[in-house]
Design a protein around this ligand. Structure first.
Ligand code: PA5
Length: 445
């Protein structure tokens, strides 16, 4: 089970001040439960884990099996909440090097639809030329330009390369029940499709088919992933006392630190497999809280890598930051530091120690140094990089995000600011319907 320690924040914010948030946290939890909070039409994620049925999960697994049997490569086309959750889980659970090996037990998962780089898309289509590939087209609105553009290229290539019949088998849509181009195409072409529930926003959708289908195709156990989330749903429930509820404590602590001028939260890992969990978390918190000229700026680093780039800033830069470290209790493999007769590198003092022991001392040493440097530090411990632990971690962050956004008094479930760049891009590209905006923007440049 996941645990949270706020002890290394207490020199910066008092326990009394953090615990003083308890009534507000309780009110936020009740508002989420009762559906009376801001954005209450987007609360479908709240009890999603415990409401997923065996039939639904089995259906996803059956579709995954079709793609596993017919594809060497599967492209997940999506952006933001329609992309990051799947990538976060798959990268956290995957062997770092399997995709480079010739013999594979699952299709290689590749991502597209999250950029508009001509080089990226050219190189992707070149790479796929001799591959048996399939595509999951993921878009809740079904109209996101980045994703639609990539899907247009991939659909054509898949049909040209594999034939219409096979394309129909290996292209799957995850989209709205009724509206949007992705839905229209899926229905017209007869693709297998999944619905993203209306009341689940993109960044909270990892435990819908948006995340579950790619994760199952990659060979991971979605029952265990969901099981971990169900455990956290219970461990963070309304009836759990504040002091024992990690989501409540995390939300309260970060808001208290923010109130005291700690405007930036840095999510830290000591395992490169968690890089995309950081990215998923950045979107979850950034899009949920950055509103009305308020909100903690969510940043992220991978240590040790970034100790040698961002470490200096964190240790001695402006004191407006706090850190939240995700620590993995047990690693999957065992590797000891070998002894060396010549000891030219001077590392014999580590001989016989597990690499993870060295990593854990880097983690502890960093925590103490940063606290000494004026950086409050929270620590989240997950038991391992397993489906169960990651499922729990995702739900923990989602619930804490909902509570935290309500403490900040914003609507955590909308993202009006994301539209601004799209409107400009459409005007600049002369999209039909944007004629007036096109004239206006041309006059500005
Ligand atoms: O969290 C969100 O709502 C966004 O990040 C969306 O997921 C993202 O913009 C993609 O939207 P769509 O799924 O409609 O293509």
């Amino acid at each position: 089970m996941i645990s949270l320690s706020i002890e290394k924040c207490l020199g910066f914010a008092s326990k009394e001040a953090i615990y003083a948030w308890e009534p507000k946290v309780k009110a936020a939890q009740e508002a989420l439960e009762n559906g009376t909070c801001k954005g209450n039409d987007y609360l479908g994620w709240l009890h999603l884990p415990s409401s997923l049925t065996k039939e639904h999960l089995d259906d996803i697994k059956a579709t995954a099996q079709v793609l596993r049997e017919n594809c060497e490569v599967v492209i997940v086309a999506g952006i933001g909440g329609s992309y990051l959750g799947a990538r976060a889980v798959i990268e956290a659970l995957s062997n770092s090097f399997t995709w480079l090996q010739d013999k594979k037990t699952a299709p290689v998962i590749i991502y597209a639809g999250h950029n508009i780089s001509e080089d990226y898309l050219f190189e992707l289509t070149e790479f796929l030329k001799d591959k048996k590939f399939g595509v999951i087209n993921i878009s809740k609105s079904g109209t996101t330009t980045e994703t639609a553009l990539a899907f247009r290229l991939l659909k054509k290539q898949c049909e040209d390369q594999r034939g219409k019949e096979m394309a129909k088998k290996v292209i799957v849509a995850v989209t709205d029940e009724k509206k949007g181009a992705a839905r229209i195409t899926a229905d017209k072409e007869g693709y297998k499709s999944y619905i993203i529930p209306d009341n689940v926003g993109g960044r909270f959708s990892v435990l819908t088919p948006v995340g579950l289908l790619p994760i199952a195709i990659a060979g991971f156990d979605i029952d265990k992933l969901v099981g971990g989330a169900v455990e956290m749903e219970k461990a963070c429930g309304l009836n759990v006392p504040f002091a024992e509820n990690p989501a409540a404590l995390y939300a309260a602590t970060r808001n208290e630190l923010y109130k005291d001028g700690k405007k930036i939260e840095i999510l830290v890992n000591f395992n490169p497999k968690l890089h995309y969990v950081n990215e998923w978390w950045k979107q979850l918190y950034g899009e949920s809280e950055g509103k009305e000229h308020k909100g903690i700026f969510p940043a992220a680093v991978d240590f040790s890598t970034d100790l040698h780039s961002m470490g200096q800033w964190i240790q001695e830069g402006e004191r407006t930051i706090f850190e939240t470290v995700i620590s993995v209790d047990k690693v999957d493999h065992k590797l000891e530091v070998p002894s060396d007769e010549d000891n030219l590198d001077g590392l014999n003092y580590l001989a016989g120690k597990r690499i993870d022991e060295v990593n854990k001392m880097a983690e502890l040493g960093t925590q103490l140094a940063h606290v000494d440097g004026g950086v409050p530090n929270m620590r989240i411990v997950i038991p391992s990089l397993s489906e169960n632990s990651i499922g729990g971690l995702l739900y923990f962050f989602e619930l804490a995000c909902g509570i935290s956004g309500l403490l900040l008094e914003v609507n955590p479930f909308n993202q009006p600011g994301v539209e601004a760049y799209k409107a400009n891009m459409f005007a600049l590209l002369n999209k039909p319907g944007y004629e007036e905006a096109s004239k206006a923007i041309q006059a500005r440049i």
